[in-house]
Design a protein around this ligand. Structure first.
Ligand SMILES: [Ca+2]
Ligand SMILES: [Ca+2]
Ligand SMILES: [Ca+2]
Ligand SMILES: [Ca+2]
Length: 191
């Protein structure tokens, strides 16, 4: 795939004598009708883990060669997964394509493991600011893809009587998770 080419014609009449061209320079544009597609892979789903990080990898693939390179920006956006909740490490950068066929680059988001009892949570990778669309002939059918962090944390709530002896009114209880688990939702006790 290439840009629009302009070809110049320099024509003149050799015979018969006395015939001239009104305009000996003509240029014609050769419109390139090839189209190339940038495809963002996804959605991605992965199990969260309890510690460290795990990569959630999206790939951006160019299916045809372009005449010249270009860049495109990408960023992560909170959904129910939140950077502020340490669910994942945000990304905000760009990829540089040279313009070769089947050129592909990964976009990797590191998901933080934790022992927080949560719902399955999502974030989104968004593409923006294609630096050269080659007059609209590089297309991006899907501009964003979802990452789902599957929560695998669960724990039994342990209830311990805190102040002891039988017959005492106003007994209090302690509710704890063993093994260092936490919950990002309030624990509702109907008793
Ligand atoms: Ca976990
Ligand atoms: Ca969370
Ligand atoms: Ca989490
Ligand atoms: Ca969790």
């Amino acid at each position: 795939m290439e840009g629009t080419d302009t070809v110049s014609l320099n024509a003149s009449i050799v015979s018969p004598a006395g015939v001239t061209l009104a305009n000996s320079f003509k240029s014609i544009k050769i419109l390139d009708n090839d189209v190339a597609t940038l495809t963002l892979s996804g959605p991605v789903s992965l199990s969260e883990g309890d510690s460290g990080t795990k990569p959630a990898t999206f790939n951006l693939i160019l299916n045809k060669a372009t005449e010249g390179g270009f860049t495109i920006d990408y960023t992560s956006v909170d959904g129910t997964a939140k950077v502020a909740d340490n669910d994942y490490i945000p990304v905000n950068s760009f990829l540089t394509f040279n313009g070769t066929v089947n050129e592909s680059y990964p976009i990797t988001v590191l998901v933080n493991g934790d022992k927080n009892i949560e719902a399955d949570e999502t974030f989104t990778i968004k593409l923006d600011n294609l630096s050269n669309s080659f007059e609209g002939r590089v297309t991006i059918p899907v501009l964003n893809a979802t990452g789902t962090i599957t929560n695998e944390d669960s724990e039994t709530l342990t209830i311990t009587k805190a102040n002891g002896a039988e017959g005492i009114t106003g007994v209090s209880y302690t509710f704890i998770f063993l093994s260092g688990y936490t919950s990002d939702q309030p624990i509702i006790n109907n008793q």
